[in-house]
Design a protein around this ligand. Structure first.
Ligand SMILES: C[S@@+](CC[C@H](N)C(=O)[O-])C[C@H]1O[C@@H](n2cnc3c(N)ncnc32)[C@H](O)[C@@H]1O
Length: 274
């Protein structure tokens, strides 16, 4: 979404890291995210070798890394994120994890996390980090990835398709105004465009697999997301306070009536180093 976005490219400086941590973890622990993992990531994890070395970049609160370490009994998973505050939170969330001795955390930009060491990782994962990179940065990240993966290793990206989000609201005209879909821009290397960037880096790109992340309850993640959207809308003068209130009230009403629905398609962009 273009409205209500946290400034994920500079979270520590924005002073919003704590709220972003809350929102990220709320999304990650939603049952819809567990279903997404089962559908798009778990089948890959099951095929990884016993001593698999796994890197996650832009890991946020580390939920994906935790799931991988839970699913694979022996893989070592190194989770990294640009934000030091995110990384500190990720380490805290992993304290009671059964695989905690195989989980490590470090702050760093994705490119730096990949480093200059070649043939190091069996898998490199990323979930919803690419939208915060410019097209040129994505090209150089893909090149670094090509070098850092071991032969046979995979790059796994979970990317949201913002053309697909759907929200039920009793006032569709108001919902369209709050969503501001027409104002969204997608770079050439974002979402499905990432495939071409990975191919240019010499990786073998596999067919895209997709999953509908959907929920029928107005839970903490979406309350924060939409609360943030209307706050931004009011700040920029796009929405009146009355519209903001009617929008959130309409969602609460739909929720109470059992009619709440929000869905968004995630694509798994998968590439192998041959
Ligand atoms: C939308 S959050 C996704 C977090 C997590 N992967 C998830 O799916 O819950 C985006 C994350 O990317 C991180 N990020 C943004 N730019 C980055 C970069 N250049 N390198 C590494 N991480 C970055 C942000 O700090 C933030 O934690």
């Amino acid at each position: 979404m273009t409205t209500g976005l946290y400034d994920y490219a500079r979270l520590d400086a924005s002073g919003e890291a704590n709220r972003a941590i809350f929102r990220m973890e709320a999304r990650a622990i939603d049952p819809a995210s567990e279903a997404l993992f089962e559908a798009l990531v778990a089948p890959l994890v099951d095929a990884w070798p016993g001593d698999a070395a796994v890197l996650e970049v832009g890991a946020g609160t580390g939920a994906l890394a935790r799931r991988v370490a839970q699913r694979h009994a022996t893989a070592r998973v190194h989770a990294t994120d640009l934000s030091q505050e995110m990384v500190a939170a990720a380490a805290r969330y992993a304290e009671d994890h059964p695989g905690k001795t195989r989980l490590t955390f470090a702050a760093g930009a994705a490119e730096d996390a990949l480093g200059d060491v070649e043939n190091r990782w069996d898998a490199v994962l990323s979930s919803v980090m690419i939208p915060y990179l410019q097209d040129t940065a994505i090209d150089s990240l893909a090149a670094r990835l090509g070098a850092a993966l071991r032969t046979g290793g995979v790059a796994v990206f979970l990317e949201q398709d913002l053309a697909t989000d759907s929200l039920f609201h009793p006032d569709p005209t108001l919902a369209a105004k709050v969503f501001g879909k027409e104002a969204r821009t997608v770079g050439r290397n974002h979402s499905l465009g990432l495939r071409a960037a990975l191919r240019r880096a010499g990786l073998a790109v596999e067919p895209t697999a997709s999953h509908l992340w959907s929920t029928t309850s107005f839970g903490p993640y979406l309350r924060d997301l939409f609360g943030r959207s209307v706050a931004e809308g009011m700040k920029t003068g796009r929405l009146t306070a009355d519209e903001a209130q009617r929008f959130l009230g309409g969602l609460a009403h739909a929720d109470a009536a059992g009619d709440f629905y929000y869905g968004l398609v995630y694509h798994r962009i998968l590439a192998t180093k041959v």
